[in-house]
Design a binder for this molecule. Structure first.
Ligand code: GLN
Length: 496
């Protein structure tokens, strides 16, 4: 087997058995990146030398009997996580030359457990987007293509499009990602891989470039549900440097994958049946529910009545928090500085921010400052906070009746790079099934479950109770097993 074809779990076992070394595994991935990244643009920074050195050090630790849970496994890191000594851009010109002096907690946890970093993955600018087309460093291409139109270049989803494309194309065994409104689950679904947004507070936000702090959560993307479970266990855990990080034990998520669904009650929210949704997605959803019933679960129709307000609520709360978080990019402390001789401080701010931020980020800052302004705060921001509480309450009521909720992951398959770019509201509709979990702080996983008529992957989503990722993994794993998803994207690392 070619080293890039292993799952993370398979590579872990192969390393443990001495079938291959981390150096071989890492080199195979770096070769695949050299061959394919010029086309896919999934990595913004490739850490060739650092990765080889890290792999050798890992092989040495293994020889000494000091192998950690992720020993020697090569990963991609979304370029929103600060990596000490390695450029971290957030996909923005304003941070284009920023080299953090410190490591994010999540990446530090991965390094503690022996992981090897291959490089920093492309993303929408400041994680704002659903197609990875807002990156200041060019779009990412989805390694999948349409059967009847193979030349059309498709988006990988966003904002974690580089992470998802890298994993799907076998340019990494797994990757870190973040999800504020769907940025783990939507790109995972578009690229035919798995991705989990854990409960808000499960992973530390320390050292992750902030977008909307009450919604942002880190999580993994990988080719299987079990691989996500292995990665999340290392990423998660209490961190006193993030005051919203929860001091709760981190369970063995991998063990939970094999639990099965017997006796579980699966909620099917009727509000997730959208007008105009492709019938293939409805059919896949029903198929997924059939699989779970065959596994011994009971399905229950439920109502989450405030679902229709989730998207507008998200697009008030997220820009409001973003406008505040992004105020720190002033040309004084971080990254880009644009000034004119004789210009004053205000002039420095204006020029730096005008040159440093792209159009979507500027749109969010304008919406955010507008909804927070004195005259409109009550009408928009306060109202959105109240609706957010109602959305959370909808879920709380549902947990009295069901143990997990299953929905489609996205309302469509991956679309063309030139589609949906003119109208931001059409783009925002991508998140219709995912933003609710962020607003309520709940864990949600996307699992590849089938292909559409064009041969493109479609995903199902499992949402669970707060801090009950174990049930989410169990249900996700059952769907994955039943689906037997083995299709591969056209663009991927190939055996030499
Ligand atoms: N697509 C959503 C947005 O543009 C969500 C992004 C995310 O989860 N980071 O805001």
């Amino acid at each position: 087997m070619h080293p890039t074809d292993f799952t993370l779990r398979g590579a872990r076992d192969a390393l443990a058995e001495g079938i291959l070394s981390s150096e071989e595994l890492t080199r195979a991935h770096l070769d695949a990146i050299a061959a394919l990244n010029p086309r896919l643009n999934a990595y913004l920074t490739v850490m060739e030398d650092g990765a080889i050195a890290a792999a050798r050090a890992s092989d040495e630790r293994r020889r000494q009997g000091l192998a950690g849970p992720l020993e020697g496994l090569p990963l991609a890191i979304k370029d929103l996580f600060c990596t000490a000594g390695t450029r971290t851009t957030a996909g923005s010109r304003i941070l284009g030359n920023f080299v953090p002096p410190y490591e994010s907690t999540v990446t530090a946890n991965l390094l503690r457990d022996g992981a090897v970093f291959l490089g920093k993955a492309n993303l929408d600018e400041f994680a704002m987007g659903s197609s990875n087309t807002t990156s200041a460093f060019g779009p990412v291409e989805n390694p999948w293509s349409r059967a009847n139109d193979p030349d059309a270049r498709l988006v990988p989803g966003g904002s974690s499009g580089g992470s998802a494309a890298a994993v799907a194309a076998r340019l990494a065994l797994g990757a870190t990602a973040t999800d504020t409104g769907g940025s783990i689950r939507q790109p995972a679904a578009f690229c035919g891989i798995a991705g989990i947004k854990p409960t808000y507070g499960r992973c530390s936000r320390f050292g992750i470039v902030a977008f909307a702090s009450s919604l942002d959560q880190a999580g993994p993307v990988a080719r299987t549900v079990e691989d996500c479970a292995i990665l999340l266990r290392s990423m998660a855990g209490f961190d006193p440097r993030d005051s919203t990080c929860a001091d709760v034990p981190v369970p063995d998520f991998q063990a939970a994958c094999a639990r099965g669904v017997k006796g579980l009650r699966i909620g099917v929210p009727k509000e997730y049946r959208l007008d105009g949704m492709p019938d293939e997605i409805e059919a896949l959803w029903q198929q997924g529910l059939d699989w779970l019933r065959a596994g011994g679960a009971e399905t229950v129709e439920i109502s989450l009545p405030h679902t229709k307000y989730a998207l507008p609520t998200y697009y008030i709360v997220a820009p409001a928090e973003a406008s505040s978080n992004l105020a720190r990019y002033d040309g004084v402390r971080f990254g880009l500085r644009v000034s004119e001789p004789g210009g004053d401080l205000r002039d420095l701010y204006d020029r730096t921010r005008a040159a440093g931020f792209g159009a979507e980020v500027k749109r969010r800052i304008m919406i955010g400052t507008y909804v927070l302004s004195a005259g409109y705060y009550d009408a928009y921001y306060l109202k959105a906070q109240k609706v957010r509480a109602l959305i959370r309450r909808d879920f709380e009521e549902a947990w009295g009746k069901v143990d997990a909720i299953v929905t489609p992951a996205t309302p469509s398959a991956a679309f063309g790079m030139d589609e949906r770019q003119d109208d931001p509201v059409t783009m925002y509709l991508n998140d219709v099934f995912t933003v609710t979990a962020n607003l309520a702080g709940l864990p949600g996983i996307a699992v590849p479950a089938g292909l559409d008529r064009q041969g493109l992957p479609l995903g199902l989503q499992v949402i669970g109770r707060a801090f009950d990722e174990e049930t989410v993994f169990a249900v996700g794993n059952a769907i994955e097993d039943a689906a037997g998803f083995t299709a591969l994207p056209g663009l991927r690392a190939r055996p030499a």
